[in-house]
Every structure is written in structure tokens, then in C-alpha cells.
Design a protein around this ligand. Sequence first.
Ligand SMILES: Cc1cc2nc3c(=O)[nH]c(=O)nc-3n(C[C@H](O)[C@H](O)[C@H](O)COP(=O)(O)OP(=O)(O)OC[C@H]3O[C@@H](n4cnc5c(N)ncnc54)[C@H](O)[C@@H]3O)c2cc1C
Length: 486
Amino acid sequence: MTDFDYDIGIIGGGAAGLTVTSGASQLGAKTLLIEKEPALGGDCLHFGCVPSKTLIHSAHVYHLMQHAERFGLPKASIPPVDFKQVAKRIQKVIATIQQHDSEERFCRLGAKVLFGEAVFKDEHTIDLGGHRKSAKNWVIATGSSPVAPPIPGLYNTTFLTNREIFSLDHLPKSMVILGGGPIGIEMAQAFNRLGTSVTVVDRSAQILGKEDKDMADRVASIMEDEGVTFFLEASIEEILEAHGCKSVKIIDKSGESKDLNTETILVAMGRAPNIENMGLEDIGVAYDRYGISVDNRMRTNHKHIYAAGDVSGGFQFTHAAGYEGSIVVSNAIFRLPRKADYTYLPWCTYTDPELASIGMNEKTAASRGLDYTVWSEEFKDNDRSLAEDEVTGSIKMILNAKEKPLGVQILGPRAGDLLSEWVAILNGKVKLSTLAAAVHPYPTMGEINKRVAGNFFSPKIFSKKVQKGLKFIFQLKGRACSLRED
Ligand SMILES: Cc1cc2nc3c(=O)[nH]c(=O)nc-3n(C[C@H](O)[C@H](O)[C@H](O)COP(=O)(O)OP(=O)(O)OC[C@H]3O[C@@H](n4cnc5c(N)ncnc54)[C@H](O)[C@@H]3O)c2cc1C
């Protein structure tokens, strides 16, 4: 039997790679983790979720300060934002979380961590700066990078991506954001609230293309009211830069040509898998432009080489990467044929209000030709929302023909957190009647979950037929009051 240096080798120390490293080493596998950056944590910690949510919160607090009178408080005169201080806070949060993702922590768990770029030399061996390391199983968890599309002039212009945006040395006066997906939209609202004049350009007819149009349109309209400008169904023709001033030439939806002059450009037009210069072609690992091809056990076409996280091109979220990492541990270490199932994979876009989703939305249900009904409830009818002046948004519950939930979308305050109840309900196959009958604390926004389920049962319970039956059996006397219609 061939003797390898390690039982398992992992390339990439982000959410997916760290999950595998932690699981495999704690289960007693001799584990090697290779990371090309000087610190572990990946995009989520350094250039993604953590800095973006920290920035969004600073922007939220600044927005509340500017609207103090909404809460019966004195209108304050607020100085402009010093972005250096915001960036400093972002780095502080990253540094705190970094301690959980330290090399020492993984060494304590039993894993060897090496820094450098791994290149496959054969199916079991990589080269790392001139040193060969072999492993019985390999996991490619190298994540993704922002795509910079071939727009004329873009490469002659200095532009920002998620790698630069959180460490700017000043707040830009203006920003054109190319792309209306989650990253572009979150940054648009946050920078606009901090004081940047923001314009978003997207070729689609709606922002947040995966979401139902009614929900996405509500987000766009809230952001428009706050001052963000949108050019949807627009094409980007050219980007020019002269004397430090940038200009994005677009054709808007009415066919008119427009020059959007701006101090900064943020490119948020999608992600490409990090698969270059790894020797994947030499060892025949199959991939396409979306990522490394895997089966539902996260195995590539070489069964001992796995791929997990953004690099495998599926759902590009930290929790998806962690989940896929756990599937790898089950298959590679436990040798259990566990399969990934994304039916109830939740996600959230952290605008204010947030837009969170689990299971099918109307768009998916309709594209699959399913019979479905939609049940909804508005936050303006929730007492806690009124108390906190967070009244914009609604919950949408999609039921199939058998009246079972297919999915739920929530546009509202802390929607990502509110969705967690549905994570348990859908994964646990809990009956809708259980949710409708369960006592929720008052006054909480979470009551909206119970209310939407109740909306489904109310017409059945309080029907004329039930009234008639009860009247007949128990001799009930009926209405005690009626409003006269004058
Ligand atoms: C601005 C932004 C905001 C986001 N917000 C959220 C959010 O709120 N919630 C959410 O769930 N997701 C969010 N995401 C997505 C999330 O960051 C990714 O889905 C997640 O980081 C994917 O994890 P991963 O392990 O696949 O890749 P990564 O975290 O990117 O880790 C890959 C690692 O591999 C390393 N690497 C690459 N090539 C090599 C090589 N050849 N050799 C060695 N190491 C290599 C990289 O340096 C990196 O450390 C956001 C992304 C962005 C850009």
C-alpha cells in the first residue's frame, strides 16, 4: 500500500477548507492545510461577510443618527463620516475573529498549516515552493475571485472590488457600482448612507436577480427613496479615465446614451472560481467556467479529490461552504456516502430591511410548473415593528397543492434571524398547524412567522360553515353587534 505523507490535504483556508481541517484533524486524520495568503479565514473574514456586515452596521447607525426625529428625539447636526475610522473598526472586528481562525488553533487540533501556493504534480502530490507533499485524499477549497468583465476601457481604469473597498483611506464623493447582485446592492446602500452619491448599473430588469421581482423591487424602491440611483436594463459601453476623473458610458433602457461621471467604480459583476495555476489540467480534474465539477458527495472526477465551497460553483455563501466541507468530512474520513442537499439552503441579503429566503420562491415554483399559493403578512401589522418604526416589508410563504410549505421569503428587519425558525420548520418537517398554534413571545417581530401560518388556517377555522355547525350543535346565539352601513 502506498504510504502518503498525510491522510488528507486541504488547499485553501477559508470557510470550506477550515471546516474540513477542523473535522478531519479532530477525528484523528493526519491533516495538512495549505493557504496562499499570510492568514487563514478566506474571503469571508478578510474581504467578504465580516467587513461588509461591519460596514453595513456603521452605515445603519449613522442613518439612525441622521433620522433621530423619527423616534421623537432631537434632530442632531451630524458631522460627515471619516471613512478611516470606519475602516479601522472593520479591521478590529476582523482581527478579533482572526483569533478563532489562527494557525495555532488548528495546530492544537492536530493539523499542520503551511503557507504558499499549491500546484498538483500528480493525483496525490502537490508542490509547495519546491517541496513535495503527498496525501491520500485532497480537498480543493480555493474559493472565488471577483470577475472583471471585458468592458472597453475597464482595464485602463483604476477600479475597486471587494478586496479594496473596505480599506479606503477616505469616503468617495461618488461611486458607480457595476452589478446589482447582493454584493453590489449591500455596498450601494451602505456607502450611500455614509454619504457617497451612489449609482447602480445592471443589465437586468430587477436587482437581486435570484429573488422574486416584487421583493427585489421593494428593496430598490427603499434605496431609491434614500438617494441611490438605478440604471436597470442598461448596457455598459465604455469606461474612460482622464485627469483622475472616471466616466462610465451606458445606454439606458430607453436607448439613450449617458456618461456617469464618478470618483470611484466598484465592480460587482459576479465571481470566478480560483482554479488557475494549480496544475488541474495536468492531472485531469474537470471544471468549467463556473467551477470544479463535483458530484453530490463533493467528489471531482478523481474520487479521492474533493472540491468544496465557492470553487465548486454552487451556492456561494459561507454557510454553504461550511456545509459542503462537512459533506467532505463524512465521505473522506467517515467513509459514509453522505450527499449534499440544497433544498432548504437559506440565504440573506443584508440590506435594510434584509431580504432572506429559504426553499422555493415564486420564481422557482413557477419555472418548475408547480401549483402553488402565496400567503403573506406585512410588518406594518406587527406591533414590535410599529414600536421600532421598522414597518417596511412582508413575509411570503409559498405552499404547494398539498398545502405543504415550499419556501419562505422575508423582507424585513432582521429577516435573516427571523428565517431561522423556518430553517427548523422546513428541515424538521414540522406541521404548519404546529407553528400556527405555538405561543410566541409578545411583542416580537418573530410573531410574523406564526401570523403568516395563521393566515392560512383562519379562513378555514372562522368560516360560515364552522359557525353554522357550532350554532346547530351548541345553540350559539350569533352576532351581538353589527356596524350599520349608513
Ligand atoms: C463582499 C462579500 C460579502 C459577502 N457576504 C456574505 C454573507 O454575508 N454571507 C455569506 O454566507 N456569504 C457571503 N459572501 C460569500 C462568502 O464570502 C463566500 O461564499 C465564502 O468565503 C466561500 O468560502 P470558501 O471557503 O469557498 O472560499 P474562501 O473563503 O475564499 O477561501 C478560499 C481560500 O483559498 C485560498 N487559496 C486560493 N487559491 C489558493 C492556492 N492556489 N493555494 C492555497 N490557497 C489558495 C484563498 O487565499 C482563500 O483563503 C460574501 C462575499 C463577498 C465578496
